[in-house]
Ligand binder design. Sequence first.
Ligand code: PLP
Length: 314
Amino acid sequence: MLNHPEKIWHNGKFIAWDDATLHVMAHVVHYGSSVFEGIRCYALPSGPAIFRAQDHMQRLLDSAKIYRIDVDLTRDELVNAMVELVAVNKTWPCYIRPIVLRGYGQLGVNPFSSPTEIYIANYSWGKYLGSDAEQGVDVCVSSWNRMAPNTLPAMAKAGANYMNSQLIKMEAIMNGYVEGIALDVSGYVSEGSGENLFVVRNGVIYTAPLGNSVLAGITRDSVIKLARDVGIEVVEQMIPREMLYIADEVFFSGTAAEITPIRSIDKISVNKGVTGPITKKMIKEFYGIINGTAPDRFNWFTKVPVKNAQPVSV
Ligand SMILES: Cc1ncc(COP(=O)(O)O)c(C=O)c1O
């Protein structure tokens, strides 16, 4: 059970955490019809602030649009709801989980007669890939591929996609790895079960383009912007599997994983297991912003107005 705060936002109202329940016959339970986001609110020295709030809520609306789920709220209304929730729950730093789902209506596959339910929850949360993930994680290439194009759309952050992610993650864990890297249906590098992937070789950062079945990660975008801003070349191109084994550096990015160095892939060490200089530079740049020690020069933060802004986790 989660150590949770008091309230959850549901369709415009705050409700008690324990009242945020769903009927077992809701469409989403049977057919995976949900789209969601994962967002972090950081404890900056100036108080709580949500990282790239607008971009996450825009991706939520985009995911809903791909699946023809009507959301009668604007991006900014969703952002405001999330800001209010963090303030009401007085819980930060925290992870924020907005979800749009097809609720309890008809039980056929046709989703159009099921009502849309929107929830936003938040809770305190630590490191995703383990507390010693900064030292680098040991990963494998998964035997599972990412979804093929024109099957489940990878650009939509949909609940159903995470059945594929679960296969990747379970296989990795059962074999003693922290995470799996999935290839796309053509055998090119795609992404982790819940992270985008970056490969460094000869001073250039490479990452798979959106066409290789990757989620358009907000952290991926932040890494690309930061790297270019500090003069590191970033190339979005198809990456053959073997490039993973001869890379100078490899790292994951994601809201949960933030920037996590990879120290071995399929038991082949990356840079002798030591975090390399470009990964270190990206960590310094990224963590500088999210810790509030460097200026927010891209205006990535939305402040949560609260009195007595001490970090309060539950
Ligand atoms: C499959 C997948 N890829 C990539 C990411 C990273 O995306 P973001 O940086 O927006 O969290 C996530 C996390 O949401 C994910 O689940």
